[in-house]
Design a protein around this ligand. Sequence first.
Ligand code: SF4
Ligand code: SF4
Length: 381
Amino acid sequence: MAFHVMLVPTLGCPSNCSYCWSSDENSSLMDIEIIEEVVEWLKTFRDDPVTFTFHGGEPLLAGLDFYRKALPLLAEGLSHLRPAFALQTNLWNLTPELAQLFSKYNIPLGSSLDGPKELNDLQRGEGYYDKTMHGYEIAKANDLKVSFICTFTSYSIDFKEDIFNFFLENNLNLKLHPALPSLRDENPDKWALSPEEYGELLIYLLDKYLENIDRIELKNIDHLCKCVFTRRGTVCTFVDCMGDTFAVGPDGSIYPCYRFVGMEEYVMGNVRDHPSREDLSQSAPGKLLEEYKEYVDQECAKCTYLKFCRGGCPYNALTPYEGKIKGVDPHCEAYKKIFKEITKRATKEMLSSSGMGMIGEDPGANKKVKPGIMALMLKPS
Ligand code: SF4
Ligand code: SF4
């Protein structure tokens, strides 16, 4: 089974998004020596294919020189693990030189954009949109694949149609992200989406997606449909991520996921010590996540969707209670809502004699069959 290591070269970030929970302006930059230690650590850690995602903060702050050294070190030093790479960035600091380097290593980029300029800049700060779009042009010119994550907040949800149309009309792929309560804000719920709003948004976007299936890609909806179809999670939120995902912070500290980076109580070890899988699972955060898994097995035992939801994201579940296990992912209600809707539609389509909901002609009725949920379930990944 493949595993995932997120490399966080810094928690620093030049943008100042209103609802951000993950940046730290005093954060240091990762030294290349940490990457050398990552290589030594993973040489004997496990034998499975690995994906490295550079994350932040803003990972491009590490600079060209860092990536010129880090990428060959990882690719060649760990060639037996067939490493793949990805990078999550606001694109502001993307230069043609960096883009050429990323293209050489086939690195897909993920970026963040909340919709049309005015709305995006209101949530993410004045000037954000133009800087990101400038980087996007450089990425395109170098044949880099860019997918956008759009954060929906309690404010922007009222503009969901404008937002969807913006991505559609600009040929941009979209992954949605519900704003979480910010742990670093005096008013943590100001931007957060409630589970009800999130569930309704998912259903709304499912319909919009089906209307425009050949014009846009909506990653979350793809994943949700695939989860229901295959009856197993196809994205970290809906699997037991513990043990198969780790993050390395700027100083070499190892955490369960990038979301915990910078939170001292979630440090599992340090790459300099080359910990084994057993060492990490015996650390306090390792044990806590294992306990969370057992808690989910009990708490969600009666839920029809347990197999492909697995209690959602442990970060979402743990952090509102300062690391205490007091509930599952607060988006539970949203997940139930969308899983129920997908299951209902799939059952209806399968029972219907008018076909499987695929795009195309229905020879009997001699008219276009509207694409249905099965078209998304059977869509190649
Ligand atoms: S903690 Fe959440 S975001 Fe991180 S890997 Fe697990 S499910 Fe994904
Ligand atoms: S939908 Fe809710 S109850 Fe069901 S498995 Fe997910 S978190 Fe648990």
